[in-house]
Design a protein around this ligand. Structure first.
Ligand SMILES: [Zn+2]
Length: 371
């Protein structure tokens, strides 16, 4: 039997001593054949090595590499990421450390339109000190009164914490409104009336609500993930609103085309299609009943068949403009009068002639009232 394994010509192929050793190792003392195979030898060694190594814990979610974890998290909704960060210390630390990157990725693919409609105002600490000083001045605050008047559903911005250029004021109002609009969606879906607040009254529940809304927006200034969460909530409000009005056959007004797939996609892609522009700020909660898509800071460009958004650096332009006014204020009154005359004729090289005109008027008035 041994002959059938060892080639007949083995003696011719190997040195005599080698043949002897190999033959000896394959035949036991009792004459039985010892089975030999390179394959079984490899398997035996592998098994012995495995038995010697310590036991390995089963792999879990947190055993994945950091890059892989972040890739997975960017696929989630912002609210899910926030919830996940509350499940354990390790995930809390990961989400907190990588919040800026995570929020940027999620916003870029889920809410590219809403992010431009509902941009964040700038904190006063990030504004040029000279411009900030003028922005906080009483005459400037007087100009902006119209934009911070006491809405029942929006708390006025804190001028010591936020830039009060026109752009930032409008951004603050829009974000607070988005949070408030989300709060009343269940009422609007069910047809329950929103409580009416008589003029001049300030019920406690409303004070608490607008303060809570403002606190969310203030938190979004520090935490990009909370800003993304507001965008998520506003997309949900917009979808619910469009669906609500679509079901109302009596309402034949123009609206965004939204399919079931659009609604389930969890992105704002369908809002890039042509649709009704947002013209007015909903100055009262009564406006919520007919509000379908509140998408400020953009207008439809029919030549390019696309939405044109207010530039992201509009705050910088406003602050630069304010800086010019500060210089004018320090200059002679004649220059101010000339500037105002230019503004009235619309000859100023500015993208905000109305602001320039308003501000120049106040400066002009101030120059007369100052000693
Ligand atoms: Zn600003």
């Amino acid at each position: 039997m041994a002959d059938s394994i060892v080639p007949e010509t083995a003696g011719d192929l190997k040195p005599p001593d080698t043949v002897t050793t190999a033959t000896t190792s394959r035949v036991a003392e009792d004459g039985a054949l010892t089975v030999f195979s390179r394959k079984t030898d490899r398997l035996r060694k592998k098994h012995e090595k495995k038995m010697r190594s310590p036991l390995v814990d089963p792999a879990g979610f947190l055993d994945l590499s950091c890059d892989l974890l972040l890739d997975i998290l960017t696929l989630l909704q912002p609210s899910d990421v926030v919830r996940l960060s509350r499940t354990c210390k390790a995930l809390f630390r990961l989400v907190t450390d990588e919040e800026t990157v995570l929020a940027a990725f999620i916003t870029r693919w889920r809410y590219p339109s809403l992010a431009r409609c509902l941009a964040l105002p700038v904190r006063v600490q990030d504004v040029d000190p000279a411009a900030a000083e003028y922005l906080a001045s009483p005459e400037r605050q007087h100009i902006m009164t119209v934009h911070k008047r006491g809405y029942q559903h929006v708390l006025p911005p804190d001028q010591t914490a936020l830039c009060t250029c026109l752009t930032c004021l409008l951004r603050w109002n829009s974000l607070c409104l988005a949070v408030d609009f989300a709060h009343w969606q269940d009422n609007l879906d069910a047809g329950w009336p929103i409580p009416v607040i008589p003029r001049g009254r300030t019920p406690e529940w409303n004070e608490a609500l607008v303060e809570r809304n403002a606190a969310v927006v203030r938190m979004a200034l520090r935490r990009p993930l909370i800003h993304a969460r507001i965008l998520e909530a506003h997309l949900a409000s917009t979808c619910r609103s469009i669906r609500r009005h679509s079901e109302n056959k009596g309402n034949q007004r123009r609206r965004f085309r939204m399919t079931k797939e659009d609604e389930q996609a969890g992105t704002d892609a369908f809002l890039e299609r042509s649709g009704p522009p947002t013209v007015d700020f909903p100055y009262h909660r009564d406006n919520y009943y007919m509000l379908e898509a509140y998408l400020p800071n953009r207008s439809w460009n029919s030549e390019e068949s696309a939405w044109a958004y207010v530039p992201a650096d509009q705050h910088d332009r406003d602050v630069q403009f304010v800086g010019k006014l500060v210089e004018l204020r320090r200059g002679n009154p004649k220059a101010q009068k000339s500037r105002m005359a230019q503004a009235e004729k619309g000859e100023l090289d500015t993208e905000s002639p109305k602001q320039e005109l308003d501000a120049a008027r106040v400066l002009h008035d101030t120059s007369h009232t100052q000693p």
